[in-house]
Design a protein around this ligand. Structure first.
Ligand SMILES: *[C@@H]1O[C@H](CO)[C@@H](O)[C@H](O)[C@H]1NC(C)=O
Ligand SMILES: *[C@@H]1O[C@H](CO)[C@@H](O)[C@H](O)[C@H]1NC(C)=O
Ligand SMILES: *[C@@H]1O[C@H](CO)[C@@H](O)[C@H](O)[C@H]1NC(C)=O
Ligand SMILES: *[C@@H]1O[C@H](CO)[C@@H](O)[C@H](O)[C@H]1NC(C)=O
Ligand SMILES: *[C@@H]1O[C@H](CO)[C@@H](O)[C@H](O)[C@H]1NC(C)=O
Length: 505
């Protein structure tokens, strides 16, 4: 009987369900999914976060939201009474370790399992005003879970694998917003039981170098010119790519991975070490100026928003990210992240006669309606930021791809997605020597283990909030107006803005 149930579950799990999106989020917030917790089931929303490990939900009413997990209502809850906590560079929470039944209504094939999680009893700068989520679903490995005194907080993924007796992989398909007037983004989270024949191997895959965060080898970052004739009609748009590959710079690749490079769906932006950030952004800005796009430096270097009365079609370069190939440590492949998400909107209202254009590293953070109910302005932020020594591939780098996290196999697979921006994958490209050695990616687990706790305190696993939504009034007669945000507004952001400020002043 017992075994039967397991086989039943396994069978169902391997059928990837149809295309129903189960991830949603507002501009500047990560992607969240509906969760049922406890008995009777309480419905909440949690961010899917590959940058942390612990499932954690609010258990108290906050100033901005009275939606939270009511611990005393669940008849099956086991409360350890033990304190656990997690801290991020800006923001932290303290809570209690409990265990209860966890289920995801959008993943009917995934069985309900009892799992450890944290009920957050106190937090600072963690929850956002008006955000649609009440917690985080951590999907990384145990070493970077929440911690307490001699406490290991089990992860939901581990509990699930233990329950079904099989390892599972999960896939994130993040699409970005659906239309230029609605900055709500959507996507799909799915789970796949690992076995030899269940799914085609992804086009490219990169090894997970250390099983803590999803740590990968970022071999380089490059800016690739894209020339588009300046017309709004897709028919006349001609795209010319320059030969993209500058020789790899070993200093860059060592710098990119000096601390660690991680794939983190809980972070908005692509975060690069300071020096590389400046190189990349200088180049993009240079090309913007060459193309007569006038944007102030505050936008490029200080994470501030710029607004226009129309949605923009950027003639800006692609951002390329080179990842170590799992097949051969002398090869790599590239993710090409476009400046924007190109979408046809013939069938939309005439106001949007131009193409609906937004995303990807030029991120729409808000649209604002005027009194007639039509969109009167579009605000953008740069989806690239400086981050000390870490490299973080936030969800800006994942939109337009299907990203398969194979925990047991130790790799992350990348495929082009059928939704979202026109991202591209290219490669493999070969070099003469081992990139593992040349880029110094071979630090032993022991060496890095020592720094985990310290790093955890510094890591912005949850810099979800990089795109704090800023609204400005726009004088309609001006083509482009730029306003400084109010000081309060910029503080809402958990991004590394402050850091960049210091660097540049
Ligand atoms: C929890 O229990 C209280 C009192 O019985 C009830 O008013 C409340 O609606 C319950 N909350 C949920 C989420 O079921
Ligand atoms: C959140 O909203 C509340 C009430 O709407 C307001 O008093 C508070 O200042 C807001 N907090 C932030 C950080 O904006
Ligand atoms: C924006 O789009 C999402 C789904 O893509 C939808 O659920 C939501 O209602 C839309 N919001 C508005 C204001 O149209
Ligand atoms: C593009 O060209 C096709 C056929 O040449 C035409 O039917 C279509 O309307 C054009 N689209 C635009 C946006 O001009
Ligand atoms: C994960 O990797 C293992 C080993 O490479 C493989 O057997 C398994 O099929 C993979 N799972 C998926 C879903 O691709």
């Amino acid at each position: 009987m017992f075994m039967l149930r397991h086989y039943y579950v396994l069978f169902l799990l391997t059928i990837v369900s149809g295309e129903e999106y189960n991830l949603f989020g507002d501009a500047g917030q990560a992607y969240s999914m509906e969760i049922y917790l406890g008995t009777p089931k309480q419905k909440l929303n949690v961010i899917v976060d590959t940058g942390s490990t612990t499932l954690a939900v609010a258990s108290y009413s906050r100033q901005d939201s009275d939606k939270y997990f009511q611990v005393e209502n669940s008849t099956n809850l086991i409360d350890s009474g033990k304190e656990v906590q997690a801290k991020y560079s800006q923001g932290m929470w303290v809570g209690r370790l409990v265990s209860d039944y966890v289920e995801f209504p959008s993943l009917p094939q995934v069985p309900q399992v009892r799992s450890d999680f944290a009920v957050i009893t106190n937090s600072q700068k963690f929850f956002m005003n008006g955000s649609g989520w009440q917690g985080l679903l951590g999907l990384a490995y145990l070493p970077v879970g929440a911690w307490g005194n001699k406490i290991v907080v089990g992860s939901w993924l581990d509990s699930l694998e233990c329950n079904i007796g099989k390892s599972v992989s999960f896939e994130l398909k993040l699409c970005g917003p659906q239309s230029p007037t609605n900055a709500t983004h959507y996507g799909k989270f799915s789970m796949i039981v690992d076995n030899e024949k269940c799914k085609d191997k992804p086009r490219f895959y990169t090894p997970i170098l250390h099983k803590r965060w999803y740590e990968v080898g970022v071999i380089g970052v490059n800016v690739v010119e894209m020339e588009v004739s300046s017309t709004n009609s897709i028919n006349k748009t001609k795209t010319i790519y320059r030969a993209p590959y500058s020789p790899l710079d070993l200093d860059d690749c060592q710098m990119l991975n000096a601390e660690k490079s991680i794939v983190d769906s809980g972070t908005t932006n692509i975060r690069l070490p300071d020096e590389i950030f400046r190189k990349v952004v200088n180049e993009i800005r240079k090309q913007a100026q060459a193309g007569n796009i006038l944007i102030l430096d505050e936008f490029w270097y200080h994470g501030e928003a710029a607004c226009w009365p129309e949605s923009q079609q950027w003639t800006l370069p692609y951002l390329e990210i080179y990842l170590l190939h799992a097949d051969d440590d002398r090869s790599y492949f590239t993710l090409r992240v476009p400046p924007q998400h190109v979408m046809l909107s013939f069938f939309k209202i005439p106001l949007l006669r131009s193409l609906g254009i937004f995303q990807n590293y030029m991120r729409v953070v808000s649209t604002h309606d005027n009194s007639e109910g039509t969109v009167s302005q579009y605000c953008y932020k740069l989806g690239i930021e400086a981050g000390g020594k870490d490299t973080v591939l936030g969800y800006t780098a994942m939109e337009g791809f299907e990203v398969l996290f194979n925990r047991s196999g130790g790799w992350i697979g990348w495929d082009i997605s059928d939704c979202g921006p026109c991202a591209r994958l290219e490669g493999p490209f070969y070099v003469r020597r081992s990139l593992l050695l040349d880029c110094e990616l071979t630090k032993s687990d022991l060496e890095v283990a020592v720094s985990i706790k310290a790093a955890q305190w510094a890591l912005l696993a949850v810099s979800i909030i990089a795109g704090a939504v800023l609204l400005y009034l726009l004088a309609p007669c001006l083509k482009f107006i730029y306003f400084k945000p109010r000081p309060n507004a910029s503080r809402l952001s958990m991004s590394g803005e402050a850091l960049v400020d210091q660097e540049l002043n």
